[in-house]
Design a protein around this ligand. Structure first.
Ligand code: ATP
Length: 236
């Protein structure tokens, strides 16, 4: 039923002036589910993430926990457990790893030391670097820190925008392992990814966006069998 959806995006359109970035799209994410939105540069993935987390005006409907996102501030949404880990990561470069993490504990009643323990168990590389400035960390470590900081907010819905961007394969394994543990915790995930192999490996369901429109949707198994996906996104 519709009210079992944690996130329900329906007939949603977003434009930037004359550029139409999302065209009447539908994306639903049930509690506990992991949905990946894939597509090439400019397909609208980041716009969808930003819309869901309250940073864009839209037409149509976007409901989180049944409540329309329009009119709620990003801060209200975070307080309600919708946490967005942006493509640019938005770390505080001159602050330490631990201070960046602690800043992520923005929800009321967060047990900070318990959350820190959870994040350090997830990404042990961070625990070896608690005092290091964020800007001096490698790209992969910064990505772990960005995801870790999002998890400090104890999210119900984690919106992850391109966590694999620019990362070496060996680091991807660490990120993959972390993401698997996050889902075992029961966190619902909306992932935007250009790395189709990565998305297919992790998600329960996939939505393919092209030019702001949904052109395919299905399970990873269904999409692996799809000729268009194979030829255009999986190298034949
Ligand atoms: P990428 O992976 O390259 O970030 P994407 O799938 O996330 O791509 P979006 O960033 O959502 O795609 O962009 C969708 C369209 O909206 C593009 O045509 C882009 O130029 C445009 N767009 C995105 N953000 C803005 C903005 N702030 N102002 C104007 N146009 C924008």
């Amino acid at each position: 039923a519709a009210d079992e959806q944690l996130l329900a995006v329906e007939d949603c359109s977003v434009s930037y002036g004359k550029v139409s970035a999302l065209r009447s799209i539908d994306v639903r994410v049930a509690e506990g589910e992991f949905v990946a939105v894939i597509g090439p540069n400019g397909a609208g993935k980041s716009t969808l993430c930003n819309t869901v987390s309250g940073f864009r005006e839209y037409s149509g409907s976007v409901r989180y926990h049944g409540d329309e996102v329009r009119g709620q501030s990003p801060r209200d949404l975070v307080e309600g457990g919708l946490v967005h880990c942006t493509e640019s990561r938005d770390l505080f470069g001159h602050m330490s790893v631990e201070d960046n993490l602690t800043l992520g504990a923005y929800r009321a009643n967060t047990n900070v030391s318990e959350r820190l323990r959870f994040v350090y168990d997830l990404f042990p590389a961070l625990e070896d670097r608690t005092g290091q400035h964020a800007r001096t960390m490698s790209g992969g470590e910064q990505q772990m820190l960005a995801i870790g900081r999002a998890l400090m907010g104890d999210p119900d819905l984690l919106v992850l925008d391109e966590p694999t961007l620019g990362l070496a394969p060996v680091i991807l394994d660490d990120i993959s392992g972390g993401i698997e543990q996050i889902r075992e915790e029961g966190v619902t995930i909306l992932l935007a990814e250009q790395n189709v192999t990565f998305a297919l490996r992790h998600a329960d369901r996939i939505v393919l966006l092209e030019n702001g429109e949904v052109v395919r949707r299905g399970t990873p198994d269904e999409l692996r069998e799809d000729d268009y996906i194979r030829e255009s996104y999986l190298g034949g």
